[in-house]
Design a protein. Structure first.
Length: 401
């Protein structure tokens, strides 16, 4: 079969935006990313190792074609020197290792951050597609199309609903946990063709180019986490990351991610300066209704017109939960809904809950203290405890059996 990844555009836009920022600001940073499966798969992922190795070999043979560089360069926030870098860029096979440990699949990317940070989305898409190839594809696609039809019909029904102050706007965020690349293309094309009033773009740069829709994305946790190891005082890492982002993009890509050390700690740093400079905030963990109320209250305390700002929700959404959030907040602030797994892997099969996260930068551990305890990520408990202390974050409640 042909390689799963045939174009280096087949990834999330925010990989490019973070990549450019790190290349310009901190090109010397060394980083380590580790693959983790958070749920129990139907079979041991270690069985996929030979196929994963072949796919990584194929990925590292790819480079950016001229038409791909032309498309990325057409985005107004992308600088010409970054395109020059991408022109000669190729993933180095020596910087990524896959191995089996019992039934577990281990994948580690380690090296200069500007050479390894791009691996993440490709690795997740590869593992997902290899995994789901072992199931009955015909049955999965049949069920997937039935569910897709229901979503399209549900979205089209909004046309007859009462108008709210702000419109419902949905994006595809489904590259990393998709059933397959072909299925993601079918899903996105269907929404883009039949529900353009509500479907406003995709994080997948390749699909955005091919289907002539808007590429969506700004920053992820890895960008914020990197600043925990970049020489600023730890208490100031969020300020430093946000300031560098503002200086890099000067008004573009203005949605800030709030849960690297939790929403409460984020809002302490998100003062009037940043609240005016950024267009809005992205939710990725914790109760989304409580988070939305906190965000609105923060803007109101700062005397900022909430109708000029946007909240983007992206944590495990399906269309039903997105619509519930829309009805709660649509008359008070602009909204956006990034739906991933429930859009591109809703096939009647249990999706893999896989991630590939930054664990170290410049030899130091970094951490995400999520508002959802199960999403907190750190390989060093001592550092995690220190980070909690610095930001006055209480220890999580013990889980009783």
């Amino acid at each position: 079969m042909p390689p799963i990844i045939s174009s280096l555009l087949d990834t999330d836009l925010y990989k490019f935006t973070m990549w450019q920022a790190m290349l310009h600001r901190h090109p010397q940073t060394q980083a380590r990313y580790e693959f983790v499966c958070r749920n129990t798969p139907e079979f041991a992922l270690s069985e996929l190792l030979p196929e994963v190795e072949r796919e990584l070999d194929a990925l590292c043979a790819l480079s950016f074609a001229q038409d791909e560089l032309d498309y990325i360069g057409s985005l107004r926030f992308i600088k010409s020197d970054f395109i020059d870098f991408l022109r000669i860029f190729r993933f180095q096979r020596a910087f990524i290792e896959a191995r089996a440990e019992g039934e577990t699949l281990q994948i580690v990317a380690h090296g200069p951050q500007v050479h390894v940070m791009g691996f993440e989305i490709y690795v997740l898409a590869i593992v997902n597609e290899l995994y789901f190839r072992r199931f009955d594809a015909a049955a999965a696609l049949q069920e997937g199309r039935v569910r897709l039809e229901q979503k399209v019909t549900q979205l089209q029904a909004l046309a007859s609903a009462a108008q709210r102050r702000h419109p419902f706007e949905m994006f595809d965020f489904g590259v990393r946990r998709r059933f397959s690349g072909a299925w993601q293309r079918e899903v996105v094309q269907r929404f883009a063709t039949e529900t353009p009033q509500w479907f406003k773009g995709t994080s997948n740069v390749l699909l955005a180019r091919d289907l002539q829709i808007v590429p969506i994305g700004t920053m992820a946790h890895e960008y914020m986490q990197s600043y925990q190891a970049l020489g600023v005082r730890l208490r100031d890492f969020q300020n430093a990351a946000l300031e560098d982002w503002v200086q890099e993009y000067r008004g573009d890509l203005g949605i800030a991610l709030t849960d690297t050390v939790g929403m409460n700690a984020f809002l302490q740093d998100f003062d009037l300066y940043f609240a005016k400079l950024f267009d809005g905030l992205r939710h990725d963990s914790g109760d989304p209704f409580a988070w939305g109320e906190k965000a609105l209250a923060h803007y109101q305390r700062l005397r900022i017109d909430t109708h000029s700002k946007r909240l983007v929700f992206s944590d495990g959404l399906n269309l039903d939960s997105a619509l519930q959030l829309y009805h709660r907040f649509a008359d008070r602030i602009q909204l956006g809904f990034g739906i991933g797994t429930r859009l591109t892997n809703d096939m009647g099969l249990t999706p893999l809950n896989i991630v590939m996260k930054l664990t170290h930068a410049n030899g130091q551990p970094v951490a995400k203290i999520s508002d959802s305890p199960g999403k907190t990520l750190c390989t060093d408990e001592t550092y995690l405890a220190y980070l909690r202390q610095v930001f006055d974050i209480p220890d999580p409640e013990p889980v009783h059996p």
